[in-house]
Design a protein around this ligand. Structure first.
Ligand SMILES: NC(=O)c1ccc[n+]([C@@H]2O[C@H](COP(=O)([O-])OP(=O)(O)OC[C@H]3O[C@@H](n4cnc5c(N)ncnc54)[C@H](OP(=O)(O)O)[C@@H]3O)[C@@H](O)[C@H]2O)c1
Length: 323
């Protein structure tokens, strides 16, 4: 595993982070048991992963807490999140405090390393800054959380306006946002801010459906051609990103996608979600491989660099997703 400093937090994190939500929610979405999910977390730790990203909304805090207890709480970095709404209303400071206490109990711990406000829309920013930031700071002063973070809601904020608004305040220590082969806007809009303010970065939507499910990329490209956003010649290309796969390049589309995220300047943790140990091992191996060749990265930026919002699907699990 490779480890990097996480912004100004003083934490050192593994470059591969296990996402405990997404389509797979550690396999729980596919009928696996909590005991199997604990094994998946432990397998990730055995491969050197130290950062685990869960949330109130995922229903996996209990699993992460159990695995952390078995591994040793001080050996892992636990990130969790609070939902921003209750009964359709923005949460209050008191509700945030209650959520944090509930998360601590589920995680069987007395501190959360990175506590994040989950899926903050641009419309929530004012409320977050006025009502919730003081509550987060109080929780930090009380030792219940070590670092304050926030995640964007990528499917509803393609221009990453939330992060562009909040990061210059210098309050945030961690930011989670989307970046992938066909959604590269963070290079201009977010990374310069995270670098400037020493904010730790967690990349999501690096793969999701478009780079993992057969046919989704081809269909997506067809639609982008029809919308005039990609050149006509790509419409019937069976492998629109096939140029990335060659002997000195990527081994597969997934390999290309994870390596592309991992090596973006300013990226600290590349999150991946899975329900399968074999996928976990393959993804970690990809994240640890060198950057894609410079010529390939240049071509990706040239053909797809202007796109926004590609691959930001809501989770494809049976349970109704929130974000
Ligand atoms: N707003 C937010 O805060 C927010 C939103 C989205 C995501 N996130 C975080 O980011 C994490 C990562 O996102 P994500 O879960 O969508 O992960 P992802 O790595 O972008 O995509 C995971 C999808 O790809 C599949 N997959 C993974 N590895 C594979 C492999 N080697 N071969 C074939 N298929 C593979 C998974 O299915 P299998 O189960 O079959 O492997 C799953 O369907 C989440 O778990 C969550 O922690 C946060």
């Amino acid at each position: 595993m490779q480890y990097v400093p996480f912004g100004r937090t003083g934490l050192t994190v593994s470059v591969a982070g296990l996402g405990c939500g997404g389509n797979s929610i550690l396999g729980l979405a596919k009928g696996k048991s909590e005991a199997e999910a604990v094994q998946l977390v432990r397998a990730a730790f055995d491969q050197g992963v130290t950062l685990f990203d869960t949330a109130e909304a995922y229903g996996t805090e209990g699993v992460v807490g159990e695995a952390a207890k078995q591994i040793g709480r001080d050996k892992v970095i636990v990130a969790s999140k609070a939902r921003m709404r209750e009964d359709g209303e923005f949460i209050t400071a008191a509700q945030l405090e209650a959520k944090l206490d509930a998360s601590l109990a589920k995680l069987q711990t007395d501190y959360i390393d990175i506590y994040q406000l989950h899926a903050v829309t641009p419309a929530m920013v004012e409320h977050v800054e006025e009502e919730l930031v003081p509550a987060l700071q109080a929780a930090k002063a009380a030792g219940k959380i070590r670092h304050i973070g926030l995640t964007e809601t990528s499917p509803h904020d393609h221009d990453q306006l939330t992060l562009q608004r909040v990061l210059p305040t210098g309050v945030w220590e961690s930011a989670m946002f989307a970046f992938n082969l066909m959604h590269q806007g963070a290079r201009q809009d977010v990374f310069p801010l995270t670098e400037k303010h020493g904010v730790g970065t967690l990349l999501m939507f690096v793969v999701r459906n478009v780079f993992s499910q057969p046919g989704v990329l081809q269909q997506t490209v067809k639609e982008l051609v029809a919308a005039g956003q990609l050149p006509e010649k790509l419409a019937d290309d069976p492998e629109p990103l096939g140029f990335l796969i060659h002997e000195s390049g990527a081994a597969s589309l997934l390999d290309a996608a994870y390596r592309y995220g991992r090596h973006e300047p300013g990226a600290h943790v590349t999150l991946f979600g899975t329900s399968e140990i074999a996928h976990l091992e393959a993804n970690i191996a990809s994240i640890l491989r060198p950057p894609l060749p410079a010529a390939d990265r240049k071509r990706v930026a040239k053909i797809f660099g202007h796109l926004k919002g590609v691959g930001l699907d809501l989770p494809t699990r049976a349970k109704a997703p929130k974000h």
